[in-house]
Design a protein around this ligand. Structure first.
Ligand SMILES: NC(=O)c1ccc[n+]([C@@H]2O[C@H](COP(=O)([O-])OP(=O)(O)OC[C@H]3O[C@@H](n4cnc5c(N)ncnc54)[C@H](O)[C@@H]3O)[C@@H](O)[C@H]2O)c1
Length: 337
C-alpha cells in the first residue's frame, strides 16, 4: 500500500510522546494531524503537522476531522496517564480512557479507517513473575490505568475479528529523553517521572529528589526500570505502522531496551551529565512499585527490525538536560526579570 504523504491522525499529538511521533511522521513522509484537547499537552509542542484542538468525547468533531483530513491510520496517545490517580479515581480512567477510545473506534469504523496503533504499557502486565518481561508475560494489571489499557487491547482484538480493524499494541516501558533538536521535550504537570524530577533538582527548581525504597531485592536496593528514548519509541510506531499496512495483521510489541537502570544509577549518571550535585532524600517504599520492570524487547527488534539508537542512559539524560535548560531556563530567566 502506498503510504507516503498519507495523513496520519495523532491523538494526544501535543503531549510528550505524541509530539515526538509527529516529528517522526514528518521524517517518514506522512502528514500528521494532531488532535488534542490541550488538557495536558502544549500548543508549542505541535512542531509538525496541523494541530486541531478537540476533545475525543466529541464524536461530531471527530467525524468532521476524519471527513476533512481522511487519515489512513490513527496513532492513539491521548489518555490519562497517572497510575496513582487511577487508583484513587478509577472512574476517570475507565470513563475517559475507555469511552473516548470507543468513540474514536466508532468513527474509524464509520469512516473505514482500518489501522490503529495503541499506546499501551508495561502496566498491563502487573507485578513481574519473570524479568525481563516478554510479550507473553501474564497480563494482570494492579491499577486501573494498566487495566484500562488492557481492556482496550481486548476490545481491539475483538474489533479485528468482527470488523477487520487492525491494530498494533505498543507496550512502552519508561519513555524518557527529548528530541535532539531541543525544541520539544517532557513537561507534565504534575510531573511524576524520575528523570524530569532529577533534572528539576539539577536546575534548582526542586530542592531534592526522594528515592522511594532502598531495600528492594536489586543490586543497590533501589527500583530498576527500563528507559527508552522517546525518539526511538516514536520511530517504532512507524515501523509498526508500515508492517501493519503491508501485512494487514494485528500484533503487539514491547518497547524497551532490555536493560534496566536503578534509581541510584540514574541519579549518578545525571550528576555526570549535568555537572550538578543532585541532593537525595531516602524515603519508604511506595505501594505498588515493583522492584524491577525490564522489557524483553527482542520481538520488536526481530520482526519490526527496530534498532534503538538513542537510548543509552547518557544520551537520554543529555537530550533531556538540553531540553530542560532551554525550556525551564527561559522560564526561570523570565521570572527573575
Ligand atoms: N510516558 C511514559 O513513560 C508512558 C509509558 C507507557 C505508556 N504511555 C502512554 O503513552 C501515551 C502518551 O503519554 P505521554 O507521556 O505523552 O502523556 P501526555 O499527557 O504528555 O500526552 C497525552 C496527551 O493527550 C491529550 N489528551 C488527553 N485526553 C484527551 C482527550 N480526551 N481528548 C483529546 N486529547 C486528550 C493531552 O492533552 C496530552 O497532550 C499515553 O497513552 C500513556 O498512557 C506513556
Amino acid at each position: 500500500m502506498a503510504i507516503k504523504k498519507s495523513t496520519l491522525l495523532i491523538t494526544g499529538g501535543a503531549g510528550y510522546i505524541g509530539s515526538h511521533a509527529a516529528l517522526e511522521a514528518d521524517r517518514h513522509g506522512f502528514k500528521p494531524v494532531l488532535f488534542d484537547n490541550l488538557s495536558m499537552g502544549h500548543s508549542w509542542a505541535a512542531k509538525s503537522g496541523e494541530l486541531v484542538k478537540g476533545e475525543l468525547a466529541d464524536r461530531a468533531k471527530l467525524l468532521k476531522v476524519f471527513g476533512k483530513f481522511k487519515p489512513v491510520a490513527v496513532m492513539h496517545f491521548a489518555s490519562h496517564t497517572y497510575v496513582g490517580e487511577s487508583v484513587t479515581d478509577p472512574q476517570k480512567y475507565y470513563r475517559d480512557n475507555l469511552t473516548n477510545a470507543m468513540n474514536l473506534f466508532s468513527v474509524m469504523l464509520e469512516k473505514n479507517v482500518n489501522y490503529f496503533i495503541l499506546s499501551s504499557t508495561c502496566a498491563t502486565y502487573g507485578n513481574p513473575v519473570q524479568v525481563p518481561m516478554p510479550e507473553t508475560h501474564p497480563q494482570n494489571p494492579v491499577n486501573p490505568y494498566g487495566d484500562s489499557k488492557l481492556m482496550l487491547e481486548k476490545i481491539l482484538t475483538w474489533y479485528d475479528k468482527a470488523y477487520g480493524l487492525k491494530s498494533t499494541f505498543l507496550r512502552y516501558f519508561n519513555a524518557a529523553g527529548a528530541d535532539e533538536s531541543g525544541s520539544i521535550g517532557e513537561v507534565h504537570d504534575p510531573e511524576t517521572h524520575l528523570i524530569p524530577l532529577v533534572l528539576d533538582v539539577a536546575m534548582g527548581r526542586r530542592k531534592n529528589i526522594t528515592v522511594f525504597g532502598t531495600d528492594y531485592p536489586t543490586p543497590d536496593g533501589t527500583c530498576v526500570r527500563d528507559y527508552i528514548h522517546v525518539t526511538d519509541l516514536a520511530g517504532a510506531h512507524f515501523l509498526a505502522l508500515q508492517r501493519m499496512l503491508e501485512t494487514s495483521n494485528s500484533d503487539f510489541f514491547n518497547l524497551g531496551t532490555g536493560k534496566g537502570y536503578s534509581v541510584k544509577e540514574v541519579i549518578t549518571e545525571a550528576e555526570k551529565v549535568t555537572g550538578k550535585k543532585i541532593s537525595v532524600e531516602f524515603g519508604a517504599r511506595r505501594a505498588g512499585d515493583p522492584p524491577e520492570l525490564v522489557a524483553k524487547a527482542d520481538k520488536a527488534k526481530t520482526i519490526l527490525k527496530w534498532v534503538p539508537q538513542h537510548s543509552s542512559l547518557e544520551n537520554i539524560l543529555r537530550t533531556a538536560w538540553k531540553w530542560n535548560q532551554g525550556y525551564f531556563g527561559k522560564k526561570i530567566g523570565k521570572n527573575k526579570k
